[in-house]
Design a protein around this ligand. Structure first.
Ligand SMILES: [Zn+2]
Length: 494
């Protein structure tokens, strides 16, 4: 005599010996990055005929018994399991109860069901709801959108942390950024490369909305699965509405922007990268302490009030070559060479007006005056207190490396942004408590991070480990040839 059927919505806490007929939508590994990526459990998402989503979990020591039987999209009868109250954080479904496999659990694949069990189910949420959920850690919604850009660090031979950011345009028109790190980023690339063309529609499940620096990021978690184009009915529906869906003859514009390597690096890695990598334009994040302000070239220059470029001093006027203006209005601008160090190396970073003014809350023109005009113009060279105050502080610098950085003569890195330490773009989700990935952390990039890959149903990737190069090299040469437009020579008192 078969056990009676039970609907997921009717589960009660305790041991359940009734039979649930369900479809396994997705499964993934929950790993503990703090314990070297140790597997904690294999987690699952089930749906039944009433479209009730319920999470299931089998502990690491029991998962082998079930692992081979797990097949995403397949139907199962499930009986003899424990029903526990759902975790209230990082929810992938609204069911009050979750299923935990025990030693007596039976999970049997069935080929068909008389019950109309949905083949897929997503929890798409409108943009406004994503904003509401951001930083709350309450829900991990699913997202669907038209792919408008892929920014990827995975192009080079540099070992270590990887990141992929997908810009998706929602049907409501807003753009969101899905951010994937390390093994998830690599898994995206594996799927992407094997897909054979660039997808137009992407679904990402179980993302964690975070607002960092005023921007919404949807961080992939270990539960995240990615589906392209028509791999799902929901994806196909959107895909079919796009103009020229399918293969568009003559379309050649790739949405992939490679080498947007905006990721943390140590100074030692940075110095090494310049030596070993091929010349390219690339960005990095580097957290370092300001150890001094190099004053041999002053801290400011006389720039054009219109375009900020260095002015040419004439007898009694300034000329802006860029604006083609012989009577240009002068404005004092910052150009500050910072000596920086972290515990791996030292370097010189060059900061320009916008970033320095933001950092010091003081315009260069408020910190000193230009007295006189043209060749007679003078500026007080004394270092303003607001600048002196940044010595000893630690910041995260976003550095833009240009081709010239790759010639050994140019070892001054131009700063494109300065962040207070630890206010960074979101970092990978950690797995904390055995259910769903925990919070995303701003700050240091974890070395050896999420082990799970939710992209293929075949499972696990090894946690990647950042292979930080620690080779010491001498501090960069102080050769500061002017790089371009913005870099004047002696702009202070003459
Ligand atoms: Zn100008």
């Amino acid at each position: 005599m078969a056990n009676p059927q039970v609907l997921l919505a009717d589960l009660n806490a305790g041991r359940c010996s009734n039979v649930a007929e369900v479809r396994l939508l997705r499964y993934w590994e929950a790993r503990n990055v703090r314990k070297g990526g140790e597997l904690m459990s294999v987690d699952m998402l089930f749906v039944d005929e009433n479209s009730t989503l319920t999470q299931g979990s089998v502990s690491a020591n029991r998962q082998l018994r079930f692992r081979k039987r797990l097949s995403e999209g397949s139907l199962y009868t499930l009986t003899g399991f424990d029903v526990t109250r759902s975790n209230t954080n990082f929810r992938l479904c609204d069911a009050p109860f979750s299923i935990r496999f025990n030693e007596g659990t039976s999970l049997e694949k069935i080929t068909a069901s008389a019950r109309p069990i949905p083949t897929e189910l997503f929890r798409f949420m409108p943009y406004g709801r994503l904003l509401e959920l951001a930083n709350t850690g309450k829900q991990l919604p699913d997202i669907i959108g038209e792919l408008s850009a892929i920014r990827s660090t995975i192009t080079d031979r540099i070992a270590g942390a990887q990141r992929v950011m997908l810009t998706l345009r929602l049907e409501s028109g807003e753009n969101v950024c899905v951010s994937m790190f390390d093994s998830l980023a690599l898994a995206f690339h594996t799927k992407f490369d094997s897909y054979g063309r660039e997808p137009k529609v992407i679904i990402a499940t179980g993302v964690n909305p975070k607002i960092v620096g005023g921007r919404l990021f949807l961080n992939a978690t270990s539960s995240t699965h990615l589906y392209f184009d028509s791999e799902t009915a929901a994806g196909k529906k959107l895909f079919d509405t796009l103009p020229g869906h399918g293969a568009v003859p003559g379309e050649s514009t790739s949405k992939v922007v490679h080498a947007q390597k905006i990721e943390p690096m140590t100074l030692s890695e940075l110095n090494q990268f310049i030596i070993t990598a091929e010349s390219q334009i690339i960005e990095f994040l580097c957290t370092a302490k300001v150890t001094g302000i190099q004053q041999d070239e002053g801290w400011c220059y006389i720039g054009c009030s219109g375009c900020s470029k260095k002015l040419v001093r004439e007898i009694s006027s300034f000329t802006c070559l860029s604006c083609n203006e012989t009577n240009a209005v002068a404005a004092l601008r910052y150009r500050v060479a910072l000596s920086v160090s972290d515990n791996t190396d030292t370097a010189s970073f060059l900061a320009f007006d916008t970033e320095m003014a933001k950092l010091t809350n003081l315009q260069a023109s408020e910190a000193a005056q230009i007295v006189g005009i043209g060749v007679d113009a003078q500026v007080d060279t004394e270092l303003p207190q607001s600048l002196a105050d940044i010595v000893g502080k630690t910041y995260t610098f976003q550095l833009k490396l240009n081709d010239f950085n790759f010639s050994s003569k140019h070892q001054t890195f131009t700063i494109s942004r300065i962040f207070p330490e630890r206010v960074l773009a979101p970092m990978p989700a950690f797995v904390e408590d055995g259910t769903v990935p925990a919070d995303a952390q701003a700050g240091d990039l974890p070395h050896g991070t999420i082990g799970n890959v939710g992209i293929t149903s075949t499972g696990a990737d090894k946690p990647t480990t950042s292979d930080a190069s620690t080779g010491k090299r001498p501090p960069p040469a102080k050769d500061q040839d002017d790089d371009d437009k913005t870099a004047p020579k002696k702009a202070h008192v003459e």
